[in-house]
Design a binder for this molecule. Structure first.
Ligand code: DAH
Length: 339
């Protein structure tokens, strides 16, 4: 029996090292260590051994089982590694290759700048108001103290729809609409689309965007207007930006001003962009005319206010150094993708 056991070792060792894959190796394991395996068969005869022989053979059998198991284990690991290597060789999958990119949209440049403007004003306690784009002549002109015969009312300048209705020529009509429904203190901005009969070119578009501002309260002065617009200029174009007020005329404000900011390209030294001026005009503003306050149901003896209107398209062109307003409306992804 001892000879039988000892003969098993080299025989099994040879078959283990010859096993070509893990399946073949499993078959070898069963052939020796399985229920009907060679080693098991020998052990079953142990009952016929003498009391002296039994522990000797038992120890030998256990030792053989242990070393067969170790050989099986080692060969098993070897085969597994070979199989993995072969599989990796077959399946050449480069996980560092870029995946399929899905085109991801983003904000339109006008929206980027509008969001910045909103952020600046929300920080000063303003809220956002809106009004209709198809407006009646009363809110668009009359309520804003724009007299009959004013050039803004001309059919050459304004899109009239049905009798008495126009595509609003400014965001200013939101002022009176808002005052009619809200008591001071009023602090709003009103962004939106506006329309004028212009032939499109690099600086004109029949559709463009404005952001109106309106503040009404007791004791509001031009100083508040200046400080507010300073905040806007600094927020948009950097802390070193200065503002300059030039007297102007608007029917709905008195006094009125056009407001320039120090040129954000040259810092005020003068360059082709600011035409050597050092200043760039960005908006119109002024103290709300008493007639306009009255039209909004607000007593001009008790309250005062300021208003301003800024061209969002102009701001956006300046901000991103775009030289043609039409690019904003053509929806060309080669252009829009750059922002
Ligand atoms: N409505 C003017 C325009 O379209 C802009 C404007 C100027 C608005 C002065 C205002 C303002 O509120 O006070 O040109």
């Amino acid at each position: 029996m001892k000879d039988q056991l000892e003969a098993l070792r080299p025989q099994a060792a040879a078959r283990i090292s010859e096993a070509a894959d893990t399946a073949a190796l499993d078959a070898v394991r069963v052939a020796y260590l399985g229920k009907k395996g060679a080693l098991t068969a020998i052990l079953k005869q142990m009952g016929g051994l003498s009391a002296e022989e039994r522990p000797v053979i038992g120890q030998l059998a256990n030792e053989l089982r242990g070393s067969l198991e170790a050989m099986l284990q080692e060969r098993g690991e070897q085969l597994k590694a070979e199989e993995v290597a072969a599989r990796l060789g077959r399946e050449t999958l480069d996980i560092t290759m870029p995946g399929t990119a899905r085109p991801l949209g983003h904000k339109h440049p006008l929206t980027i700048v509008l969001d910045e403007v909103k952020e600046i004003f929300l920080g000063m306690g303003f809220s956002v108001a809106t009004g209709p784009e198809v407006e009646n002549e009363y809110y668009n002109f009359t309520a804003l103290n724009i007299p009959e015969g004013h050039s803004a009312r001309d059919e050459q300048d304004t899109f009239y729809t049905t009798e008495g209705l126009v595509l609003r020529t400014a965001t200013s009509p939101v002022q009176v609409r808002y005052m009619e429904r809200h008591k001071p203190p009023i602090r709003i901005i009103a962004p939106g689309r506006v329309y004028r009969q212009d032939t499109p070119d690099a600086t004109h578009s029949p559709l463009f965007h404005q952001i109106e501002g309106l503040v009404v309260d007791e004791g509001v002065t031009m100083g508040h207007l200046k400080a507010t617009l300073d905040q806007l200029a600094k927020g948009l174009f950097g802390e070193s930006t200065r503002t300059r007020f030039r007297p102007h005329y608007f029917p709905f404000t008195e006094p009125s001003a056009e407001v320039d900011v120090s040129c954000f390209r040259c810092g005020g030294a003068g360059c082709p962009f600011c035409k050597g001026e050092g200043w760039v005009e960005i908006l119109g503003a002024g103290m709300v005319h008493p007639n306009v306050l009255r039209n909004g149901g607000i007593d001009p003896e008790k309250y005062s206010g300021f208003a301003f209107g800024v061209g969002l398209d102009r701001l956006t062109l300046a901000r991103f150094r775009i030289d043609d307003i039409r690019l904003l409306f053509e929806n060309d992804l080669r252009f829009l993708g750059q922002f």
